[in-house]
Each structure stands twice: as structure tokens, then as C-alpha cells.
Design a protein around this ligand. Structure first.
Ligand SMILES: NC(=O)c1ccc[n+]([C@@H]2O[C@H](COP(=O)([O-])OP(=O)(O)OC[C@H]3O[C@@H](n4cnc5c(N)ncnc54)[C@H](O)[C@@H]3O)[C@@H](O)[C@H]2O)c1
Length: 338
């Protein structure tokens, strides 16, 4: 029988449970341990997924549990320290988005993974939809030519996440607001479709205009919307817009344009031209579960069959872009990424 990857999941909120469902659907994985400081939730998930080895302290888990790898599905401020603890304990790490609180942390994580020769992958799930994989395939084959424009968006008309103990809206625990929480998804996806060019110059603005929508007494010191332009070393441009609350229709742009064609992910459309006539192609793809796809890919990476698609280095570059947007907004100037 083929060797199975033994995985532990730390943090059993919604994303932690998605990782668990993904692992349960994979023949290559056995979930051997679970960790959450919420004992009731831990017991419930352990029963549901038939895992008997449970912990309320991740250090205890890393010492005792039989695992090759862990999923880190914790609030943002714990991504770096707990992923580093796991890497030090010799485990491969699959960490939820955003990669870290900032690029400095993500760089430390990437360096440790390299030193320990362990895989460090980030859960940037939008790369794993059937539509994104299809478009990236076209880009790789050169069918859209040189990609020089991307548009990334995640707009909620109202949707400030104030549950979960308030950490999403507390800069010290989240690192930022709408930008780091939801802007990170389309920014990463579109950047990946564009071939992950190296970011060079960033101009960004962030706003907090919806304090009145957050209950009094809740610490709310982050952005509720952000807008940015990123210029890359290869001269391509990406435009980003994201919000938790904004007087605009909800939606999520993920578009790219190249010298031979363009693509729009939602709904999927390929924009081309034949014999001087503009032509739209609407590929009929079967929907795929992006969470199952990403955990299955992580398992193949741990088995040495593939390399992480969102690599540790890409996670660091993604954080550099987010840091630069915040800095540009603060200073009112463009920010160069070296
Ligand atoms: N990929 C996605 O689409 C997606 C969606 C939502 C959230 N996320 C990300 O997942 C992460 C977790 O988000 P969430 O919504 O589950 O947060 P959450 O606060 O609801 O849940 C996190 C879980 O971790 C547990 N926990 C907290 N500190 C712990 C510790 N020190 N040790 C053990 N357990 C601990 C909590 O008890 C809770 O059950 C965040 O980084 C978030 O950005 C990703």
C-alpha cells in the first residue's frame, strides 16, 4: 500500500474544518491528531472525523503526535510563531492565508523551511479552482501572449468580520483589515495567473469609513477598504480593489489581458480575436472543490511528488505587496520593493 501522509490540524474554525474535509477526501492522507484550545470544538471535530489523538496545546502536539505535517488554521498573528514551531519540530507546514502578519515574518518562515528542508505551503485557495488552473494553463502555453494587465477584486457591500473574538478587526492580531483578509485572495490569484512577476512599485490607499457598522467597544483599528496599483519588473500592471464594506455591488474581479488574448475567471470567459473578429470563448468546465484540490496538492508535495504551487518565497513576495500598499497609503507616496 502507498505511504500515507500523517497530518495534524491546528485550529478548527471554518478553514480548519475545510482542511479536515479535504484530507478526509484524499487517499494519500491520514489525519492523526487535532489541536484547538476550544475543548468543546475539539471534542466535536475529533468525534466527527474519528481522530483520537487530541491536544489543546500545539507544543504538546508537536512533541507527542505521530505526524509528518500540520495544517496551521489559526488567527493571523499565530501563523508565523506556530508554523516556525512546527518547522523546528521537523514537520511540513500548510499555513492558512495571509502567509503572515508582514513580509518580515514570511521571510523568516521561508528561511527556516529551507534550512529544515521542509515544505512550507500557503492556503491560497483561489489558485486551485478549475477556472484558475485552466487559465494558468493557457498562459503557460503562451496562448494569451505576454500578460501585461491584471484586475483583482473582492468587494463586499457589507461584511466586516467582527466575530471570532474580534481578532479580524484588531491590527495587533490580524496585521490589517480588508486588504490582508480578503484582498489577499484575488491579489494572489491574479498575480499567479500573470506568472508571478516580481513586484517593483506599489501605489495604494486604504480607508476606514465604516466604524459606525462595528459595535461600540470593539477595537477596530484596521482598513475596511483598499485600492492599489502594482507595477512589476516586467512592466505588467495589476489593479486591486477590495472592501469589507462599500457602497458598491458585491463582486470579485479576476481578469488578465495579454498581447494575444484575455481571460475573465468569474464567470469563465476567454477573450480572443479571429480574422479580425472579437471572439469570446466560454469553456464548460466541471466545478472542482478548490479546498480539496489544495490539500491534495499539499499531500503530494509532502510525498515529494510536486513542489508547492504557492511557495514560501511567493508567500513572502505577496506579503511585500501588502506591506507596500499599507506603507504607500500611510505615506501618500509610491513604494519601491527591492
Ligand atoms: N482560505 C479561506 O478562504 C479562509 C477563510 C476564512 C479564514 N481563513 C484564515 O484562517 C485562519 C483562521 O481563521 P478562522 O476564521 O478559523 O478564525 P477563528 O478565530 O474563528 O478560529 C481559529 C480557531 O483556532 C483556535 N485557536 C486560537 N488560538 C489557538 C491556539 N493558540 N492553539 C490552538 N487553537 C487555537 C480557536 O479556538 C478557533 O477554533 C485565519 O488566518 C484566516 O485568515 C481562510
Amino acid at each position: 500500500m502507498a505511504k500515507k501522509v500523517k497530518v495534524g490540524v491546528i485550529g478548527l474554525g471554518w478553514p480548519g474544518r475545510e482542511h479536515l474535509k479535504g484530507y478526509a477526501a484524499s487517499d494519500a492522507v491520514e489525519v492523526t491528531a487535532l489541536c484547538d484550545k476550544n475543548e468543546e470544538l475539539l471534542k466535536e471535530q475529533a468525534e466527527q472525523f474519528g481522530v483520537s489523538d487530541t491536544y489543546t496545546d500545539h507544543k504538546d502536539m508537536l512533541k507527542k503526535a505521530d505526524m509528518d505535517a500540520v495544517s496551521v488554521c489559526l488567527p493571523n498573528f499565530l501563523h508565523c510563531p506556530i508554523s516556525m514551531d512546527a518547522l523546528k519540530a521537523g514537520k511540513h507546514v500548510f499555513c492558512e492565508k495571509p502567509p503572515a502578519m508582514n513580509a518580515k515574518e514570511a521571510a523568516k518562515m521561508a528561511a527556516l523551511a529551507k534550512k529544515k528542508r521542509r515544505k512550507l505551503m500557503y492556503a491560497l485557495c483561489q489558485r486551485f479552482s478549475a477556472q484558475a488552473k485552466y487559465v494558468r494553463g493557457l498562459v503557460d502555453k503562451g496562448e494569451l501572449g505576454d500578460i501585461y494587465f491584471g484586475k483583482a477584486g473582492y468587494i463586499r457591500r457589507r461584511g466586516i468580520p467582527i466575530g471570532a473574538g474580534g481578532w479580524f478587526v484588531d491590527k495587533a492580531r490580524a496585521g490589517g483589515g480588508a486588504l490582508i483578509d480578503i484582498g489577499v485572495h484575488p491579489l494572489d490569484c491574479v498575480w499567479w495567473l500573470m506568472g508571478t512577476p516580481k513586484p517593483e512599485v506599489v501605489m495604494g490607499t486604504t480607508y476606514q469609513k465604516f466604524r459606525h457598522a462595528v459595535p461600540k467597544g470593539v477595537k477596530f483599528d484596521v482598513d475596511d477598504s483598499a485600492f492599489a496599483i502594482v507595477r512589476f519588473k516586467n512592466d505588467a500592471t495589476l489593479v486591486l480593489e477590495c472592501s469589507w464594506a462599500l457602497y458598491r455591488d458585491a463582486g470579485g474581479a479576476r481578469e488578465i489581458a495579454g498581447t494575444k488574448g484575455g481571460a475573465n475567471l468569474a464567470p469563465l470567459r476567454i477573450l480572443t480575436e479571429r480574422n479580425g473578429i472579437q471572439e469570446d470563448i466560454t469553456p464548460q468546465l466541471k466545478d472542482e472543490n478548490q479546498f480539496q484540490n489544495e490539500v491534495a496538492h499539499f499531500a503530494r508535495c509532502v510525498l515529494g511528488k510536486e513542489e508547492p504551487i504557492p511557495s514560501a518565497e511567493q508567500g513572502m513576495m505577496l506579503m511585500q505587496m501588502l506591506d507596500a500598499i499599507y506603507k504607500s497609503s500611510e505615506t501618500g507616496k509610491e513604494v519601491r520593493i527591492r
